[in-house]
Design a protein around this ligand. Sequence first.
Ligand SMILES: [Zn+2]
Length: 99
Amino acid sequence: MSREFTFVDLTSLLGDTILCDLCNADYTDSDETGGMLFGSYGVCPKCMPTFMEGVNKYEEHHAIKSLCPPDMSHRDFIYAARRDEMFPPTAEQIEELKK
Ligand SMILES: [Zn+2]
């Protein structure tokens, strides 16, 4: 069996609890907007700026599967992702994120 490095944290994909896969902050009762889905990784609004520094450094923008719409809470955004409802970033949004 080959071992592959993966970002998937299945514990946060189960149930109704919304936990950031990086800092474990609980967004289940938060209306804060922002964040993204990087691969299978849910990145919360607070982690996003720091995380983006790495994404920009290694040019991994292709792995941004979904970007939280401005009018949606991070919680609803992650619920949508669990339903396979994605908001792929546009080229313009990616340019914005590179700043
Ligand atoms: Zn976080």
